[in-house]
Write a protein that binds this ligand. Structure first.
Ligand code: NAD
Ligand code: MG
Length: 381
């Protein structure tokens, strides 16, 4: 039996995690649920699963839930709720499904408490990769990838000797603007970007998929998860999102993991690893015509990807600043405060304004993350 804390239970990954739990009530028990403010859905989840605790990060939403829910689940409010769920004694696995570097502290605390991490929250690993992976080693904690590309690479790498692997090949759908001209891309609106061709996801990651910031974050995520340097990580555009990613061996043989785009598959694999159990979803059907295309990314028209490789190589706090500035800019774009190209421009301006770096401690990381958000907001104003 696995006892799960789900951070971000009302989101795209959170609800699909609960769907996997519902398919296997004999294997999983939910002991903690945390959401930001969607208390209607959270309350339904609480009533269905009666976890030991539930948390609402937004204070007024917490008060509203507290005034109407009087069941056995203990309610927590604010950031404290994330930490309480991440460290809950009864939990054996923490699913990190919140958005953004807001997940750093709870991920750190979950690792210190020895919980297995099912990692969806890539921004945390991008910002704090060194800290998070060294801490996980120190506490002998497994970080199991939920991101589909990383789950694919993780599955391909299983049983391989690392020395035999030449490179990781991350696939990218190319997002909703893949076929747009350079001129059209400049004029993309939030509504255009939210029309993702193959995946249905939260707003922030969907915008990142349009700009290829998401693929950039995933390159850095892969670096930390699998300990490959950036010269041995490639990106290839694959519009069908059937090949979830690949590895190339030293002799040129390529191993891939395929499936229909459905996040429940990588979510469940992280939850059952190393076991495989049935999952009800639409599996890939070879009776239908299946056409798979691959092409190089348009690095010049979607400059975020190249920038991600650069900041990844530079290391230190650069990826944290890259991520924080992007988060701030994406929300500004969603609110129509800046144009699509200004997302990238904001990130490069904040990176340019960065001063010399301090030691890589958690406090410094959180401080630099905050600084980058303030700087980005100033620029956006
Ligand atoms: P989402 O917006 O659908 O859901 C986010 C969830 O986190 C919600 O429950 C929300 O209440 C909660 N949340 C957001 N900010 C919070 C905060 N500051 N404190 C506490 N709770 C907070 O997002 P999503 O698409 O599910 O993505 C979640 C994470 O998983 C992201 O890091 C994303 O990059 C990653 N991811 C998502 C997918 C996908 O298919 N959706 C695929 C791969 C990776
Ligand atoms: Mg992905």
């Amino acid at each position: 039996m696995k006892y799960l804390s789900i951070l971000g239970s009302t989101g795209s990954i959170g609800t699909q995690t609960i769907d996997v739990v519902n398919q296997h009530p004999d294997r999983f028990i939910i002991v903690a649920l945390v959401a930001h403010h969607n208390i209607d859905l959270l309350e339904q989840q609480i009533l269905a699963h009666e976890p030991i605790m539930a948390g609402v990060v937004d204070e007024s939403a917490y008060k509203a839930l507290k005034s109407r829910y009087h069941g056995p689940t203990k309610l927590y409010c604010g950031e404290e709720a994330l930490i309480a769920a991440a460290t809950l004694q009864e939990a054996t696995m923490v699913i990190t499904a919140i958005v953004g570097a807001a997940g750093i502290s709870s991920t750190v605390e979950a690792i210190k408490a020895g919980k297995t991490i099912g990692l969806a929250n890539k921004e945390t690993l991008v910002a704090g990769g060194f800290l998070i992976t060294s801490l996980a080693k120190e506490h002998n904690v497994k970080i199991l990838p939920i991101d589909s590309e990383h789950s694919a690479i993780f599955q391909c790498l299983e049983g391989q000797v690392k020395e035999n692997v030449d490179k990781l090949i991350i696939t990218a759908s190319g997002g909703p603007l893949r076929t747009w001209t350079r001129e059209q891309i400049q004029t993309a609106t939030a509504a255009d970007c939210l029309r993702h061709p193959t995946w249905s996801m939260g707003n922030k990651i969907t915008i990142d998929s349009a700009s290829l910031f998401n693929k950039g974050l995933e390159v850095i995520e892969a670096h930390w998860l699998f300990d490959f340097d950036f010269e041995h990580i490639d990106v290839v555009v694959h519009p069908q999102s059937i090949v979830h990613s690949m590895i190339m061996m030293k002799d040129g043989a390529i191993l891939a993991q395929l499936g229909n785009p459905d996040m429940r598959e990588p979510i469940q694999y992280a939850m059952t690893y190393p076991d495989r159990i049935p999952l009800v979803y639409k599996t890939l059907e070879f009776k239908e015509l299946l056409e798979l295309q691959f092409m190089p990314p348009r690095y010049d028209d979607f400059p975020a990807l190249k920038l991600a490789f650069e900041v990844g190589r530079q290391g230190g706090f650069k990826p944290a600043v890259f991520n924080a500035a992007n988060e701030t800019a994406v929300y500004a774009f969603l609110e129509d405060k800046i144009s699509f190209p200004q997302i990238y421009q904001t990130v490069t301006s904040v990176l340019d304004a960065m001063e010399s770096e301090d030691d890589f401690t958690l406090d410094n990381l959180l401080a630099i993350d905050q600084w980058a958000r303030c700087k980005a907001s100033e620029l956006i104003k």
